[in-house]
Design a protein around this ligand. Structure first.
Ligand SMILES: *[C@@H]1O[C@H](CO)[C@@H](O)[C@H](O)[C@H]1NC(C)=O
Ligand SMILES: *[C@@H]1O[C@H](CO)[C@@H](O)[C@H](O)[C@H]1NC(C)=O
Ligand SMILES: *[C@@H]1O[C@H](CO)[C@@H](O)[C@H](O)[C@H]1NC(C)=O
Ligand SMILES: *[C@@H]1O[C@H](CO)[C@@H](O)[C@H](O)[C@H]1NC(C)=O
Ligand SMILES: *[C@@H]1O[C@H](CO)[C@@H](O)[C@H](O)[C@H]1NC(C)=O
Ligand SMILES: *[C@@H]1O[C@H](CO)[C@@H](O)[C@H](O)[C@H]1NC(C)=O
Ligand SMILES: *[C@@H]1O[C@H](CO)[C@@H](O)[C@H](O)[C@H]1NC(C)=O
Ligand SMILES: *[C@@H]1O[C@H](CO)[C@@H](O)[C@H](O)[C@H]1NC(C)=O
Length: 513
């Protein structure tokens, strides 16, 4: 153990101060303290919204065009009953197939059979239940389901949604009249809606869905709050499909659909630096609950979406959620990574294809991410077909710090880190089943709960600052300077660990001086 006066800890304190400013990307001068904060124009959310990834539910993956007022409102209630709204899943997003056309004044008309109360009334109901209401359209003449699109009608449509009380727009890319193929064409087309939403004066999160076409991760952060970076997901762990031909996000001319979890995940590796507070690379809606993957594969899907700051939109039929799948979607220690103020994506530090003769297929990989409070998360991913002892050395984990141009050993490599397993407190199936059948004594939350969390009452940041037991998992070991952390990971699974420096106390004390 190094003494608190060690020069390396002093360096660490300075690094932490610098990091705090950069990561929170503050745009305003705080006059109350008399000390101006750094102002980085345009460095954060373009409209001030979505500083951490949006969470919620979208009907598409499970219901496609089978939408209705009853589906939205009953799902909203089920999510409250299961504790999901209060874990942060608070956007209810209606996808395609909700309109019947335009009236003679050019305004969209909602389907009054599917939505008899009208959209404004539904928005009111959802707001009173504590939700934001999400709407869908396409930057084309039709939506993907061949309903009227918004191309050429951007301001009318934005005004109508704002008048209904809409808080969120998912904006698709079908039937775009060939207005794509260069970043400029796509930017201009999506920017019209961005400006139209802004002109309404209503705060509306803008979720671009152009499937990664024309590299939106390179230009969309000045006009949108998230952007899909791949063709559509389907409920498969790693099955290749000819309809999702790209293996790289960059320059993918034909994003397609039927993209597996592993296909989308590995497209993230190259664009990791293009995720930021206010603009998230959207890996597409979750398939957890839809039945196409094993339990551990869904754990991989959920964990890797979370640590990469993808929006987390549940895409299944909530009332038929199994206890096991509720337990996955309800892991607050994993959600806390997603909602971390650092708002960054993870870095894939290594990826090895393992011997096909011995294991069938697949890769093993190490992903890491630095969090807002100085903790580091590591994910040991085994996508191969047999159980592996997986290893992460200090050099693997802190490679970036070691090559960041410092002339001295980075403090991270000198510290000893406590290791917390973030899946160790997974909610037991009996508990999840009791929540589902309504017999849980209470969806009670208290300071010693290890499985449940109420983010409506206590933000994830506050919970972490207080070492809330539901957010910290279980301590399973330590890693010392020059050390290696090893864990057994079964096939198609992932171990996710939060590392916290034992030197953290000294770092924070320095911070406060
Ligand atoms: C068209 O719809 C808009 C928005 O609902 C409404 O204000 C307008 O009166 C309608 N026009 C006609 C001709 O029905
Ligand atoms: C509109 O954009 C401006 C500048 O980009 C921003 O300051 C403002 O908050 C936005 N307003 C809304 C309602 O999004
Ligand atoms: C993967 O392992 C499973 C058993 O766990 C086996 O049934 C399957 O054939 C293996 N796949 C390959 C491609 O070897
Ligand atoms: C991890 O290290 C152990 C011990 O050195 C070794 O047996 C194992 O093969 C390593 N795992 C991998 C995937 O290389
Ligand atoms: C509810 O689920 C719990 C846990 O599985 C079980 O013990 C209990 O019998 C169930 N009650 C009802 C009424 O289904
Ligand atoms: C907190 O909740 C757990 C169940 O989640 C319960 O076992 C424990 O007794 C509760 N503690 C207090 C202080 O209420
Ligand atoms: C979570 O906390 C909020 C605010 O205190 C409260 O309204 C809500 O009922 C709580 N949720 C649960 C499931 O206990
Ligand atoms: C949280 O835990 C860390 C050690 O991991 C400790 O330094 C800190 O004081 C704790 N914070 C609170 C509020 O208990």
């Amino acid at each position: 153990m190094l003494p608190s006066t060690s020069p390396s800890y002093f360096t660490a304190a300075l690094l932490l101060v610098g990091k705090t400013v950069a990561h929170s990307q503050r745009r305003y001068i705080d006059n109350s303290s008399g000390t101006p904060e750094t102002v980085i124009p345009g460095a954060s959310s373009y409209n001030g919204l979505n500083l951490v990834p949006q969470m919620g539910w979208n009907n598409w993956n499970a219901f496609h065009c089978d939408v209705s007022e009853d589906l939205l409102l009953s799902t909203a209630q089920s999510m409250i009953d299961l504790g999901l709204r209060d874990l942060g899943y608070n956007h209810l997003v209606l996808d395609d197939c909700w309109s019947i056309g335009r009236n003679s004044s050019g305004y969209l008309v909602a389907d009054y059979v599917k939505f008899p109360s009208g959209m404004a009334s539904i928005a009111d109901r959802l707001h009173s239940m504590g939700y934001k209401f999400g709407m869908y359209s396409s930057a084309g003449v039709f939506t993907c389901g061949k309903y009227p699109g918004s191309l050429g009608y951007e301001q009318k449509d934005a005004d109508l949604w704002a008048s209904w009380g809409v808080d969120y727009l998912k904006y698709d890319n079908c039937f775009n009249q060939g207005q794509s193929g260069t970043p400029k064409l796509s930017f201009d087309r999506y920017n019209i809606m961005s400006q139209a939403l802004n002109a309404t004066g209503r705060e509306i999160v803008y979720s671009m869905c152009n499937w990664g076409n024309d590299d939106p991760f390179d230009w969309a952060y000045t006009i949108a709050n998230s952007g899909r970076m791949s063709g559509d997901i389907y409920d498969s762990f790693n099955r290749p499909d000819a309809r999702c031909p790209c293996t790289s996000a960059i320059g993918c001319a034909w994003p397609g659909f039927h993209c597996s979890v592993m296909n989308i995940l590995n497209k993230m590796a190259a664009i990791t630096s293009r995720t930021m507070s206010g603009y998230f690379n959207d890996m597409d809606m979750l398939e957890v609950g839809n039945g196409g993957q094993t339990d551990s594969e869904y754990v991989v899907h959920f964990s890797m979406w979370a640590i990469n700051s993808s929006p987390l939109l549940i895409g299944t039929n909530i009332p038929t959620l199994s206890a096991a799948n509720l337990a996955i979607l309800s892991n607050p220690a994993i959600i806390a990574l997603n909602q971390d103020a650092s708002a960054g994506a993870a870095v894939r530090k290594y990826q090895y294809l393992v011997d096909p003769d011995e294991t069938g297929e697949g890769e093993i990989a190490l992903w890491t991410r630095t969090l807002d409070n100085g903790d580091t998360v590591i994910a040991l991913l085994n996508a191969a077909n047999t159980t592996m002892i997986m290893n992460a050395t200090m050099e693997d984990i802190f490679f970036d710090q070691a090559t960041s141009g410092a002339y001295t050993t980075p403090p991270q490599l000198l510290a000893t880190w406590d290791i917390y397993d973030l899946w160790a407190n997974r909610m037991p199936e009996e508990e999840a089943a009791a929540i589902i059948n309504g017999t849980a004594a209470t969806i009670g939350f208290n300071s010693t709960s290890t499985t449940r969390y109420n983010a409506t009452a206590t933000s994830y940041a506050e919970g972490l600052a207080n070492n809330n037991t539901a957010l910290m998992g279980v301590k399973v070991g330590e890693i010392a300077p020059s050390g290696t952390f090893s864990a057994e990971v079964v096939r198609h699974s992932v171990g996710v660990y939060r590392l916290r420096a034992q030197a953290g106390i000294q770092m924070r004390k320095r911070d406060e001086l």
